[in-house]
Every structure is written in structure tokens, then in C-alpha cells.
Design a protein around this ligand. Structure first.
Ligand SMILES: [Mg+2]
Length: 225
């Protein structure tokens, strides 16, 4: 692989498994709901949340499960609990290996991640990434119009690292938004396809697709372009 100066990563489903985060958050919410329906038990409520998620996606899980349980819950409060909880998540093994390797070889490391600010920073803290990378940009801190595929976070990142776009590569899992701006700006792009994740089977046109696809982040070290 071409020797880039900086390796900039997406977070969810690139460095750790986002489904683990969802499960961790649902456990928190199940705990809360079990206070109001102690007859149901936390494990049963947790299972209901998971099953609802698998059936209909994440969008209305709390509304639908509360309705089913006959609980008149404050959904905004549950969402806040979910987003602000301290998640039980860990980096993928290949992510640990690659981050350590890039550190050792003196490369710059960045993270650009979309999402609610509180939620994304809670993930970053749980994964202990704050002090092991050079720059983190959570687009939730910038405003909705600056979320990927906006060029803003990529421009900010490259400027902060003091490099040119062509010296940097962006590694992500979601062709809907991860690679469009990076490609337009002249950065390298790499798509990671994992066993688990919502975007692993997404197939889009060439303007959305990365320069190359890998199945383990360790290929960033081994592979020639
Ligand atoms: Mg992602």
C-alpha cells in the first residue's frame, strides 16, 4: 500500500463493532424500564428490545417496546440514557494492531466520526482513543450540515495535521457517506468490509466507492496498492 503520512479512520464499525454499542445501550435502557415493570425482569425487557431492533431496525425500538409493556415512558429520556451511558465496547483486534503499528512507525492518526456528540465522545472515552490518536473530529460538535459527506471535517482534519490531502487516507465502512468528500479532495480511500455491520453489503456507484477494499485493517500494513 502507498505509504501515507496520515491514516484517518471512521469509528463505528471501522474500529469497533457498533452492534456491541447498541446492545450495551439497550441493556442500560432495559435496566431503566425494569424499574417500572419489575414483574418483567431486565433480561426479558432486554430481549424484547433486541428482537424489536432485529425486526424493524433501531428507529422506533423504545416507543414500540414501551407501548408493548404498557409503560408511559419519556422516550427522550431513554434516548438520553442510551446516548450518555458508559458503553461496554472494545476495539477490534486488527484496529489495536494497526493503531499500535502506525504509532510505532511515526504516522499521524485521526478519527472523523458522525453522530450525536455526547454519544460519540462516550464511545471514544470507553475505547481510550483520546490519547492514542493525534486528532479526533466528532461532526456532532460542528452542526448537522458538516456531517459526512460534507468536506468540512476532512478539510479541518488535514489542516490540523499540517499535511496535504494526497498524504492522507480515509478508512471507513459506509460507502453512502465515508468516501465521497475524501475522494473529491484527493485523499486515498479504503473500505473495510467486516463480518458484522449495517453497511457491509452496500453496493453503490464508483463515486461512492473507495479505491480499495480490505477485510482486515492489518491489510493497511501489508498491502501494496
Ligand atoms: Mg462507520
Amino acid at each position: 500500500m502507498k505509504d501515507f503520512e496520515a491514516y484517518i479512520f471512521d469509528l463505528d464499525d471501522t474500529l469497533y463493532c457498533e452492534h456491541d454499542y447498541v446492545r450495551s445501550g439497550f441493556w442500560m435502557v432495559a435496566n431503566e424500564l425494569a424499574n417500572q415493570r419489575s414483574d418483567m425482569g431486565i433480561h426479558n425487557i432486554y430481549r424484547m428490545l433486541i428482537e424489536e431492533w432485529q425486526r424493524n431496525g433501531r428507529g422506533r425500538v423504545f416507543d414500540d417496546v414501551c407501548k408493548h409493556l404498557g409503560i408511559d415512558a419519556d422516550i427522550a429520556r431513554l434516548v438520553h440514557l442510551y446516548r450518555s451511558h458508559r458503553p461496554d465496547i472494545s476495539l477490534y483486534d486488527d484496529a489495536k494492531e494497526v493503531l499500535a503499528h502506525l504509532r510505532q512507525t511515526g504516522k499521524k492518526i485521526g478519527i472523523i466520526t458522525d453522530g450525536d456528540s455526547t454519544m460519540q465522545w462516550a464511545k471514544i472515552k470507553a475505547l481510550e482513543l483520546e490519547h492514542s490518536v493525534d486528532k479526533i473530529i466528532v461532526t456532532g460538535d460542528l452542526g448537522r450540515e458538516h456531517w459526512k459527506p460534507s468536506e468540512t471535517p476532512y478539510r479541518k482534519m488535514v489542516e490540523c495535521l499540517g499535511l496535504n490531502f494526497c498524504d492522507c487516507v480515509y478508512i471507513g465502512d459506509n460507502p453512502n457517506k465515508d468516501f465521497i468528500a475524501a475522494k473529491r479532495l484527493g485523499m486515498g480511500t479504503v473500505r473495510i468490509v467486516r463480518e458484522v455491520g449495517d453497511h457491509m453489503r452496500t453496493k453503490l456507484g464508483t463515486e461512492y466507492e473507495a479505491d480499495m477494499t480490505i477485510r482486515s485493517l492489518t491489510e493497511l500494513i501489508d498491502k501494496r496498492w
